[in-house]
Ligand binder design. Structure first.
Ligand SMILES: [Zn+2]
Ligand SMILES: [Zn+2]
Length: 256
């Protein structure tokens, strides 16, 4: 079964999606779903981007099935690795996405982050931060949206060009491979023609360096976007010879 491995429901601070609507949309598309609500323990505002995990499992247990799995999107940040690790150990998540949502103490979404530095400086800092986070969060299953900064940065050209940051991107890829972490193809930006080719270059390099597995997720916060551009992600995987997987009980399963 094809899975959308990255979706948010109302346990995420920035989503109101009802799990029943998510399930109905997935059924209509004949795909499976992994719910991965946001948990950013480093988020400065109390209760924002955090949820009660007991409530999450209690509320969603009834919906669990071979095609509906319960995961988490964990905000990685050095200094939070112990809290994050103990959270992950305490619950039976199916899949753990590790994501870099913060840089220099700013939410990457926050325009104030972009005042002081050039694109190249900030992108380098961003990759170095991912490297530091991976080294302290080697227990995650898949690295979320490597192109997250391209969503929100204010630069005319928002794309990550592999050739400009090859040293840092190679290090990220090598760390993922050495820790057994797969890379996510986040399909949210794949509908954008200017984003598509630069992203393929990154996953091509992943394959060249020995990467084998990718998760593919829409990052939907609304039911209508469930499964959005998943086919484009699958096409990238097929073109490059990468195997699409999802995680169940923290173990990789092939998408079929
Ligand atoms: Zn994210
Ligand atoms: Zn997400």
């Amino acid at each position: 079964m094809i899975f959308d491995t990255h979706t948010h429901t109302s346990f995420s601070s920035d989503s109101k999606m009802n799990i029943k609507d998510a399930i109905n949309k997935a059924k209509a598309l004949d795909i499976g779903l992994i719910i991965t609500d946001h948990m950013d323990l480093n988020y400065p505002e109390k209760d924002k981007f955090k949820f009660n995990v007991d409530d999450y499992f209690k509320t969603y247990e009834a919906y669990k099935s071979p095609s509906l799995l319960l995961g988490i999107e964990l905000g990685m940040d050095t200094g939070f690795e112990k809290e994050n690790a103990s959270l992950i150990k305490s619950y039976n998540f199916d899949q753990v996405i590790g994501s870099q949502h913060f840089l220099h103490g700013f939410d990457i979404y926050d325009s104030a982050l972009y005042d002081a530095k050039t694109k190249e400086e900030l992108f380098r800092d961003y990759f170095l931060e991912i490297i530091a986070s991976l080294k302290t969060h080697s227990y995650i299953d898949t690295l979320g949206h490597i192109d997250f900064i391209s969503r929100y940065c204010p630069f005319d050209d928002k794309e990550i060009y592999y050739r400009d940051y090859s040293d840092h991107i190679d290090e990220i890829i090598k760390l993922c491979i050495s820790y057994g972490i797969s890379m996510e193809i986040n399909s949210r930006r794949l509908g954008n023609p200017t984003a598509f080719n630069p992203l393929i270059d990154i996953y091509r390099r992943y394959k060249e360096l020995g990467g084998e597995y990718v998760t593919i997720g829409s990052d939907a916060h609304y039911a209508e976007y469930i499964g959005s551009n998943i086919n484009k992600g699958l096409a990238i995987a097929e073109t490059l010879g990468l195997r699409p997987i999802y995680f169940k009980d923290r173990r990789a399963e092939y998408m079929k």
